[in-house]
Design a protein around this ligand. Structure first.
Ligand code: NAG
Ligand code: NAG
Ligand code: NAG
Length: 740
């Protein structure tokens, strides 16, 4: 109802569009469930039972609900927009074991020059409900190599006002003495490491950046409550020289830790304060994907001696490590990346003298598992049809950097993988002869996927999602975790999804990274797929659109624009289309497809010649969305706004309001007028906007919520319910909004 929207801002001069703020949109995550991406670490508070946080590399930080729901609560959904999208990349998380409501995040996505933003420390006094921000004078790499090493942001366990922060590159070690409000460089810490995964990869590459300081660990027994902790250990990403350092004077001076092995990168350093042992896991790469070798070392602080306590020596590198606070002789560690056949987790009851793995080989290819498996919270995580011994059957996981035993409950542990958060609530069953624990996906509420395309067909599944790293889904019910991903072909990522407007169970998707041709068609809404017989094997990614009758597919990929008719071979159009940035299809006229580029728009019927617009959209096209109601009515967003044609793209006029627009979708009609949903900018504000009057008036649908960088937000407006819209994010999954 328009009456429920309050008119707040009148448009700036020149744009004739008043913008109201929505008062009643109720945004919720579409439940993919199970996280859906890398979870670098889990951080328990040591002072308050049940207080635990998880950080993600592109989807912000979460806190476990204290009720029985087992849901993780997102802590960064308010106000993350184009100005501060990097806040969703969390490179470190620290929680204060004494003043337990205090929690800190180290945020920022990339240290490369193409990310213009410096990093931040976010600090909260209320368990992450609200945040204050300190901008740092350097960049932070929350989605960069080595992001699972850590933690690189820590609170002094004896003096909570003191925090240390290990920066990337050569930015060094930083200290705050006022609860993270201000920071200064620890000038005496000079050896910040030189390791970069691939120094020659070029400045634009994530792999060329120096990882820097990877973790900081206190010996709490070196001081007393209230006094700064004196002994502090620091691990640095360095292979060829010293890489573990110690201070005995609360960080004033530093020296290398004598006898520490060289040649591998220290991923985690953990101090057992009862037995005075420092444990360090090492891998030959920074992770999270790489690392083929490594070891686990134990430094006896009393005798100053080192012992190699590697489980299954000479096999692979190690990431996650945890000490059971209730019984510190109990320790656990995980292989960082044991790609074949599966990761292993090792548990020791005697400080690493002997180990028990979570699985061992039986008669090949049988595997003896010390666990039962429960992925009911996110069934798509696991395909039971993949046989034992097959490397696609990874049950324990991969990319295991964050592994933590609950300091208040020896039966509870969590570990993050490349796809989810697993854990158990019966961990000590492992210690019984032939005992089995239950490994479960415990990531409910964490939604950290990058959404690359959305479509909401009028019938069938409520939503179709093309998703980075986990392919994509047909969502029959967006409140429930889907049973399975799109498979056969199973590609790492899908870059685009579209349905035929008049044959809506026919859908087309494009992939990246698979080993088949990268365009597939389904005739049953994604239940089964076939690789398009005419798709070339050397083309990948980009966007495809399918004509309303399903006969014609247009595909704009990184190598050009191709068209296929009636399952024939994809071929470049006879004429030169110029530089094309996006494609679309009419949703009513059976055979029309569209293409748009820089100040250009073209239409073709049945694969025939393309006709260029005579008065086209202004600017470089981002997204084409055709009206699902009227043949020939088509919208295109550009860096100058939103443009509309009612004659199959021959002539366009600008829709008032947006000054820059990205996602666009046309939804159910209200009072006979179709709903226009746009992700873009109006009056200097970036948000998701809606208009029911051809742009005469707009409503800002965000409320307090932000969707990250607005140019990464694909939209799919619902055709079944007025006002409902799906919005994808680059890291926080999919949201569904509606209600007015
Ligand atoms: C980042 O910090 C550096 C060092 O203080 C400063 O020169 C630069 O202007 C900052 N960049 C931004 C975008 O704030
Ligand atoms: C550490 O060294 C001390 C002193 O030599 C010794 O008593 C203790 O047993 C050692 N701890 C371990 C786990 O080896
Ligand atoms: C829908 O698509 C199927 C499969 O390509 C085709 O056989 C059928 O003719 C199409 N129906 C319409 C109405 O276009």
């Amino acid at each position: 109802m328009l009456t429920s929207a309050v008119l707040l801002t009148l448009a700036a001069l020149g744009s004739a569009a008043p913008v109201a703020q929505q008062q009643c949109y109720n945004w919720k995550n579409v439940r993919i469930g199970g996280g859906g991406g890398f979870i670098p670490s889990v951080v328990f508070n040591t002072g308050k039972k049940g207080l635990v946080y998880a950080r993600t590399d592109i989807g912000g930080a979460y806190k476990l609900s204290t009720d029985a729901s087992g849901e993780w609560i997102p802590l960064q959904d308010e106000g993350v927009t184009s100005a501060n999208w990097g806040d969703w990349c969390v490179d470190g998380l620290a929680t204060d074991g004494t003043e337990v409501s205090r929690v800190y995040l180290l945020t920022g996505c990339y240290t490369n020059s193409w990310d213009p933003n410096n990093g931040s420390v976010l600090r909260s006094l209320d368990y992450g409900r609200t945040w204050e921000k300190t901008k740092l004078p350097f960049k932070v790499g929350g989605n960069m190599p080595g992001r699972g090493m850590g933690e690189r942001l820590v609170v002094d366990p004896n003096a909570g006002r003191i925090l240390f922060l290990g920066a990337r590159g050569s930015n060094g070690l930083w200290k705050s003495s006022d609860y993270g409000a201000s920071w200064s460089k620890v000038s005496s810490f000079t050896n910040t490491g030189s390791y970069a995964p691939n120094p020659d990869a070029g400045a634009d590459s994530l792999d060329a950046a120096v990882v820097g300081i990877s973790w900081i660990e206190f010996d709490p027994t070196s001081s007393t409550p209230g006094m700064p902790t004196k002994r502090i250990y620091v691990g640095v990403a360095e292979k060829n020289g010293e890489n573990v350092f110690v201070s005995e004077d609360a960080g004033a001076t530093w020296k290398p830790l004598a006898g520490a092995p060289k040649g591998m990168l220290p991923h985690k350093g953990r101090f057992d304060k009862k037995n005075k042992l420092l444990y360090i896991t090492y891998t030959d790469g920074a992770g999270p994907y790489d690392g083929a070798a490594g070891y686990v070392q134990r430094f006896n602080q009393t005798s100053k001696s080192w012992k190699d306590i590697t489980p299954q020596k000479d096999s692979y590198g190690f990431g996650g490590f945890s000490i059971d606070a209730q019984n510190p002789n109990v320790i656990m560690t995980a292989s960082l990346n044991q790609w074949w056949p599966d990761a292993n987790i090792h548990r020791s009851l005697d400080s690493g003298e002997t180990w028990s793995p979570i699985w061992t080989w039986g008669n090949y290819p049988d595997i003896n598992e010390r666990y039962n498996y429960d992925v009911s919270a996110a069934p798509w995580l696991y395909d039971p049809d993949i046989p034992e011994g097959d490397s696609n059957r990874k049950r324990v996981g991969w990319m295991i950097e964050g592994l933590e035993i609950n300091p208040f409950d020896s039966n509870n542990f969590y570990y993050g993988t490349g796809a989810t958060l697993f854990g158990s609530k019966d961990l000590t069953n492992w210690d019984k002869p032939d005992g089995k624990i239950t490994l479960s996906s415990l990531a409910n509420g964490i939604e950290e996927t990058a959404i690359l395309g959305l479509a909401a067909p009028p019938t069938g599944p409520q939503l179709l999602s093309a998703v980075g790293d986990i392919t994509g889904f047909s969502h029959d019910d967006v409140t429930k975790s889907p049973a399975k991903t799109w498979t056969l072909p199973t590609w790492p990522s899908s870059s685009s999804i579209d349905y035929a407007g008049k044959n809506t169970t026919t859908i087309v998707r494009v992939g990246t990274g698979g080993d088949t041709a990268q365009l597939a068609v389904s005739y049953n809404s994604g239940e089964t797929w076939t690789v398009h017989p005419g798709a070339p094997t050397d083309k990948t990614g980009g966007k495809a659109a399918i004509s309303a009758d399903g006969s014609t597919i247009i595909w704009n990929n990184w190598q050009g624009t191709l068209v296929s008719v009636n399952n024939g071979p994809f071929a470049a159009p006879a004429q030169d289309l110029g530089w094309i940035t996006t494609v679309g299809s009419d949703k009513v006229e059976p055979k029309t497809v569209y293409a748009a580029g820089s100040w250009s728009f073209l239409a073709s019927k049945n694969g025939g010649p393309f006709t260029a617009a005579t008065s086209g959209p202004q600017g470089t096209a981002h997204t084409i969305a055709a009206s699902p109601f009227t043949a020939g009515t088509v919208y295109v967003t550009t860096d100058n706004g939103l443009f509309k044609s009612t004659d199959f793209g021959k002539t366009f006029s600008q829709v008032p309001g947006p000054t820059k627009a990205f996602g666009v979708s046309i939804g159910a009609k209200k009072n006979g007028k179709e709903g226009i949903f746009v992700a873009g900018w109006i009056d200097g504000t970036d948000a998701i906007f809606r208009s029911y009057d051809d742009g005469a008036t707009w409503t800002n649908l965000n409320g307090k919520r932000g969707f990250g960088a607005i140019d990464t937000v694909p939209l799919a407006a619902d055709l079944r319910e007025v006002g409902k819209v799906y919005a994808g994010t680059n890291g926080r999954g999919i949201f569904v909004g509606g209600g007015c």
